[in-house]
Design a protein around this ligand. Structure first.
Ligand code: NAP
Ligand code: MG
Length: 483
């Protein structure tokens, strides 16, 4: 798909797929071996760009979850908790190195399976995933320095459940700190994006990590709940929707399972009239159209100071004309495919609702292919603070735009949602940045940038965006008993 604006037409530049290796059918990775599910059921994973089948994936049932948890427990008791910490660190480094060697293959598979542009998978997801393993490998034998004068002890077996928007990266966020802290793991990727987690299982196999330390099981529907409810799991690490997060919190209430929940968001991106506007426009585009808006911390609510609103909207519309929407494997693509038909349906429902609520819509002028799941970058102006499209997470390339006059007004509006994951502030004034960072109820506040991540930096939310932090030493402490 190309932009209708003739100035912005590029010849296709497709990333090759000749170097990737995929099986037709994937089984479960339990106790260091590939085992068939006792459900004997498989489900399909498709390419959201053309709706073609990529592979069949095993559906783990309760019996398989039991097997995986038992193998993680045995590995914890007999091997992993007894191993010297520097040896543990070496395995984590080895995993990072093999991931790095296979980066190109992982990037292409991530793009094929999830619909994200190859450029993002190649430049962001995969390098960051490797960096998480490198970073936490370094901590494995330095826990006493990370938490001076305190005793550290692993929690035991961690059950980890991840979403479809950053599949390999979320697996890395979960597995690397758990292993560094001395825990063993049962991880379940999301139904539509299991492939890179399964490739990671192959890498883990190749690394020689002792059997059972990491178990990767796939499934949908009841599989995640079976992990959450398993009596022999010590910690649940979940990233996903607020709805499922609430179910999990109820399910583990009254047990001694520890939990970190990384949930949804409706983050504010705030532009003051002294901001560097061209950079801010890039920040807006990156904040909401990056990864088709499938980003928990997407800057989905834009607040522009009233006196520059017309100018910012004009510039933003101009920039949207040059966004290339299309085949995720094309290196020119800025906005790839929506991950699934279901998600596209949800996004379209919100777009319809926005129009019904009386908001004014503008969409990038691009043609949408008949096959595959696509949504053009979309902005809504003339929205109210109470509009549903302003209050609820859409998880697609849809931005609402509001104006403000004063700092107090924008703080009040920005904080007026059930979520509190992230925010962006664009201004020339350092004092204003510091003022806002203390008053915005958001786990991360970016200043004059957006969507920047680093393994050393903690990430997590306030309110209905969840609790607990991942990344940095905070992420490590979430897998430790400290006394
Ligand atoms: P989701 O529907 O909540 O699913 C997340 C994971 O939970 C999937 O693996 C899913 O399995 C599993 N699951 C579903 N029902 C479950 C249950 N009852 N018990 C245990 N596990 C269950 O979320 P999603 O649609 O995949 O992801 C989008 C959401 O994730 C958005 O709200 C987004 O904001 C949030 N997110 C947050 C962060 C963060 O760090 N805060 C990061 C990324 C995404 P199936 O796929 O098999 O249903
Ligand atoms: Mg898929």
């Amino acid at each position: 798909m190309t932009s209708k604006n003739k100035n912005w037409e590029y010849s296709p530049s497709l990333e090759g797929t000749g170097h990737i290796k995929l099986k037709k059918k994937y089984d479960l990775f339990i106790n260091g071996k590939w085992v068939k599910s006792s459900s004997k059921k498989y489900f399909k994973t498709i390419n959201p760009n053309d709706e073609k089948l990529i592979a069949e994936i095993s559906h783990a049932n309760q019996k398989d979850v039991d097997l995986a948890v038992n193998s993680a427990r045995k590995a914890y008791d007999t091997v992993w908790s007894k191993m010297p910490a520097n040896e543990r660190g070496k395995y984590i480094y080895r995993i990072a190195r093999i991931m790095q060697e296979r980066a190109k293959e992982l990037a292409v598979i991530e793009s094929l399976d999830s619909g994200k542009p190859i450029r993002e998978a190649r430049d962001i997801d995969i390098p960051l995933a490797c960096n998480h393993f490198f970073y936490y490998a370094g901590w494995a034998d330095k826990l006493d320095y990370a938490f001076p004068n305190r005793k550290t002890k692993p929690l035991g077996v961690a059950g980890q459940i991840i979403p479809w928007n950053f599949p390999l990266l979320m697996a890395a966020w979960k597995i690397a700190p758990a292993l560094a802290a001395g825990n063993t793991v049962v991880l379940k990727p999301a139904e539509t994006t299991s492939l890179t987690a399964l490739k990671l299982a192959e890498i883990i196999e190749e690394s020689g990590l002792p059997a059972g330390v990491v178990n990767i099981i796939t499934g949908h529907g009841d599989t995640g709940a079976s992990i959450v409810n398993h009596p022999d799991i010590n910690k649940i690490a979940f990233t996903g929707s607020t709805g499922v997060g609430k179910i999990i919190q109820k399910a583990i209430a009254g047990t001694d399972k520890k939990a970190t929940l990384e949930l949804g968001g409706k983050s504010a991106n705030i532009i003051f009239d002294d901001a560097p506007l061209d950079q801010a426009i890039e920040g807006i585009v990156n904040g909401i159209f990056f990864n088709q808006g499938h980003v928990c911390c997407a800057g989905s609510r834009l607040f522009v100071q009233e006196n520059i609103a017309d100018k910012v909207i004009r510039k933003l519309k101009h920039r949207m004309k040059s966004l290339v929407v299309g085949n995720p494997l094309d290196k020119n693509t800025d906005v790839g495919a929506i991950n699934s038909k279901e998600q596209l349906h949800i996004i379209n429902k919100y777009i319809k609702l926005g129009k019904k609520e009386g908001a004014e819509i503008y969409q990038s002028e691009c043609s949408i292919p008949k096959k595959g799941f696509f949504c053009p970058p979309t902005i809504f102006t003339n929205v109210a603070q109470s509009s549903i499209i302003v209050q609820e997470e859409i998880f697609g390339p849809v931005l609402t735009i509001q104006t403000f006059r004063t700092v107090d007004e924008v703080i009040q509006k920005a904080n007026n949602t059930p979520f509190g994951l992230a925010a962006g502030v664009w201004t020339d004034k350092g004092s204003r940045i510091f003022n806002l960072t203390t008053k915005l109820k958001a786990g991360v506040v970016w200043a004059n940038t957006y969507n920047k991540f680093d393994p050393a930096s903690p990430f997590g939310g306030y309110k209905e965006s969840g609790f607990g932090r991942e990344g940095g030493m905070h992420g490590l402490s979430a897998y430790l008993k400290l006394s």
